[in-house]
Design a protein. Sequence first.
Length: 205
Amino acid sequence: MGNSHSSKSKAIDKQIKLDEKRFSREVKILLLGAGDSGKSTVQKQMRLIHASGFSANEREVFRIAIFSNIISAMQILLDSLVTMKLDLEKAENWMYEALMLFDTICNSHWFKNTSMILFLNKIDIFKEKLLRSPVSKYFPDYTGSANDFKAAADYFRIRFEKLNRNPTKQIYTHYTVATDTNLLAHVMNAVSDSILHENLQTLLL
């Protein structure tokens, strides 16, 4: 009986080591964002990009409840200054909510050593709204041109990135349109390159 328990124990230990080795090679992505920021759309587009869909293991990687062994976290937080569902009076509060959410996630001890991939999403709507709603009306410290997309986008990118209180943490920012499959595929390739580079750097240290 003792030998039987010993054999089972060794088998369990062996399986644990195999699982540990397999998990160490996996890159897990946590998809987070404020309400109506395009998370579901991004996931649907990823299914189109990966035409064969996701296996059970791949779906597990994308479960929002994953909080352990995360190497990279995607942050989809910036929808637009004014979305089609929010009027101008609510836009300012929505943006501050997104900034506070990013601050909480970026500086959480759970993600202390986690690089962030920030998607500033729905830039098509953002461009349209800039023509009618100046950023400076809601963010007085904005000094760029009223309808200059690059200046406005850079302003919000810098505001988000400045929230990072860890000088060694990398934040990779991308401007996206979640409904544009080709653009999202290009961005996802860039994201993959970032993750690969990050992992190589870690191995070289």
